[in-house]
Design a binder for this molecule. Structure first.
Ligand code: AMP
Length: 420
């Protein structure tokens, strides 16, 4: 029979590398937990309409990349391609915004699905940790989120990332710019698909990476010149707050992001060691999204950082996280009586909070010691018939190689004391 393989564009997280992924998720979420963000978990799939309306019918994510399905009951669902629309849907459904405590600050961590052309850093199943601050219009909130992402990356030791910042304007000034841009783009020499894009989402054309298109865009009208006074002042305040916090950023007026719901502040974290898929995270303000999915006006801001690409960024910078070994004590029993006795010791150690593992399967000393070595344990307990007859077990310090007999009834106390 054929064996199975992980589906195209996906990969499995396996030990020991999977520990790095856990550590990255922890590092990204720690600053959020420390800043008033509460944990939220939503389903892996939603009504397909939520994304069509929320993320936008003109985006690649919705038109090309969504995994959609019809249930046996006839519901049209989609595997979530991103987190913001679901989080806002959940917050609205639970009336979190009515509890009188705005902004509602939430963080999440999970799997997302996009039917993309797989390549390094771009997968069909990937992980994000994200944060959303719902229901407040305050430049300090935009700055807070950017500062916390910067703090998260730095806590992992990353230095080779840059923050790109832009403002997309609001419902007053963006339409005026949109029209000016469309006028400019319609006169260019572009293929049919790009021409269609001019009519539905002209800002996305600015994102085109092809050199011949880029060349033609040099003199495109700049959004900066069209921002209304309120948007200009808001953006200036975000920038001042970031500068005051010592967070460096670069203005990038081509940064439009692939989702329709963004207004005003948008930002992206890019890492220069990643090649084509250089965005490790991104986000922005989405003041109109709540209304787009049937809720009240709730100006909000958020980001999502990609766990997979953050791990690739660590590799690109040659950073090895200092992770504590998963096991502190490894017990190697030689013989039936030792097996029963040391299994009891391991259980007791675990109940005392010591990470302990055991040589299963009745291996000989050599094989079991190999497992002990591989476990990374600091101490190994070995006991055979002669040791038991003397009422001791041999405790070996795997760092110094030193070995000494310890009375059986003192084992747990001795090891617990030596491990602190
Ligand atoms: P986006 O919502 O597209 O801005 O995605 C936010 C972050 O999620 C990106 O900066 C990436 O780090 C990550 N990401 C998005 N799509 C993928 C993908 N197909 N594979 C891996 N990571 C992704």
């Amino acid at each position: 029979m054929n064996t199975f393989q992980a589906p195209k564009g996906t990969y499995d997280l396996l030990p020991p590398d999977s520990a790095v992924y856990l550590a990255v998720r922890e590092a990204i979420s720690a600053p959020l937990k420390n800043s008033g963000y509460g944990y939220i978990e939503t389903p892996g799939f939603e009504d397909v309409e939520l994304f069509a309306r929320g993320v936008g019918e003109s985006t690649d994510i919705v038109t090309k990349e969504m995994y959609t399905l019809t249930t046996k009951g006839g519901s049209e669902l989609a595997l979530r391609p991103e987190g913001t629309a679901s989080v806002l849907r959940a917050a609205l459904e639970a009336n979190l915004h009515k509890a009188g405590n705005l902004p509602v600050k939430l963080w999440y961590s999970g799997s997302y699905y996009r039917y993309e052309r797989p390549q390094k850093g771009r997968y069909r199943h990937f992980s994000q940790v994200g944060a959303e601050a719902i229901g407040a219009e305050d430049p300090a909130l935009d700055a807070e989120l950017i500062i916390l992402a910067d703090q998260a990356y730095r806590s992992l030791g990353l230095r080779g990332f840059r923050i790109l910042l832009n403002s997309l304007g609001d419902k007053e000034c963006r339409p005026v710019y949109r029209e000016a841009l469309q006028g400019f783009l319609r006169d260019l020499d572009l293929d049919d698909e790009t021409r269609r894009r001019i009519e539905i989402n002209p800002l996305r054309v600015l994102d085109d990476k092809r050199p011949d298109v880029r060349r033609q865009l040099t003199d495109a009208p700049k959004l900066r010149d069209y921002l209304c006074e309120a948007c200009r002042a808001y953006h200036a305040e975000v920038r001042d707050l970031l500068t005051a916090a010592g967070v460096a950023y670069e203005d990038d007026e081509r940064l439009v992001r692939g989702l329709d719901y963004y207004t005003r502040t948008t930002f992206e974290f890019v890492h220069d060691g990643l090649g084509a898929q250089s965005a490790v995270g991104g986000g922005g303000r989405y003041d109109g999204l709540s209304e787009m999915i049937g809720g009240p006006a709730l100006p909000s801001v958020g980001w999502a950082l990609g766990v997979d690409r953050t791990v690739l960024a660590l590799e690109a910078e040659g950073i090895t996280l200092q992770l504590p070994p998963a096991t502190s004590v490894f017990a190697v029993p030689l013989g039936e009586e030792a097996r029963r006795l040391l299994f009891g010791v391991v259980t007791e150690l675990r109940r005392a909070g010591v990470a302990a593992d055991f040589g299963y399967g009745g291996k000989g000393l050599k094989g079991a010691m190999k497992n002990a070595n591989r476990s990374g344990a600091r101490f190994t307990i070995v006991a055979g018939e002669r040791d038991l007859a003397e009422g001791v077990a041999q405790v070996k310090d795997m760092e110094s190689g030193e070995q000494k007999p310890v009375p059986l009834d003192a084992l747990v106390a001795d090891l617990t004391a030596r491990l602190v």
